[in-house]
Design a protein around this ligand. Sequence first.
Ligand SMILES: C[S@@+](CC[C@H](N)C(=O)[O-])C[C@H]1O[C@@H](n2cnc3c(N)ncnc32)[C@H](O)[C@@H]1O
Length: 264
Amino acid sequence: MMKANNKNISPLLTLIGAGPGDPDLITVKGVKALSKAKVVLYDALVHLDLLNYVPETSIKILVGKRAGSLSYTQDEINKLIVKYAKKYGRVVRLKGGDPFIFGRGKEEIDYATKFGIKNEVIPGLTSSTSLPALQGISLTTRGVNESFWVVTGTTQSGLLSSDISLAARSTATVVVLMGRNKLLEIISIYKSLGRENLPIALIQNGSLPNEKIALGTMKTIEEEVCRKGVGTPAIIVIGEVVNQHPDYLFKTIEQKLLQDYSKN
Ligand SMILES: C[S@@+](CC[C@H](N)C(=O)[O-])C[C@H]1O[C@@H](n2cnc3c(N)ncnc32)[C@H](O)[C@@H]1O
């Protein structure tokens, strides 16, 4: 265990975005900060290989839920940040994707600031934009859409965000995070607007060797997701741009043939 030397300590909280999963998708600046960390508090979606950049003598604590481990509440994490920063100096909060995209990074900074702890933010590649890109899907495409929305599927109250209904009325590409369990609700919103042929994709464990992807339209996606066994964590990408995926055309022809076959 590392020794604390309170007299020469300059407490600092560094918030680092680890990227979507593949450990090579962290930034160079993030790696440099990890190599200077005294304490790393990391989330469950962070790739464990990233801990190899942290000095062996430093403290590393998993604060997110992973199979078989206990998770910490946000309040407990906030308190740990303050405690360790005061005791050891450089504390890193290593978070999946980008810390400021549905990552509660700002809450941690605000809490630490109240205790006089300085902070720096090292952004990461958010799953919402990087995973579609890795699949050859350009979230904005000239002449196709004029915006993209990143929406949470599960709000604080546990309900689907009402922003999805607003976005569904526009040309926007919509990326839903934490929405896998709300897929049927999302499909019914688009269907009620007559958009049942709109392309949609689900990407689970994006950028990792166990990645799964389901492609289809509002009409076919439910069946495809079940067939592929797409679970969580997943993002949902909705919009005409999804048809840029190299397998999209083949998939939708296959699904149409299967549906026609099952009708006869
Ligand atoms: C609490 S949010 C954190 C988002 C993160 N800050 C970001 O910028 O990507 C967690 C959600 O991000 C999405 N997610 C993160 N990493 C993912 C991955 N590798 N594959 C699929 N979805 C992912 C899922 O929707 C998951 O439920």
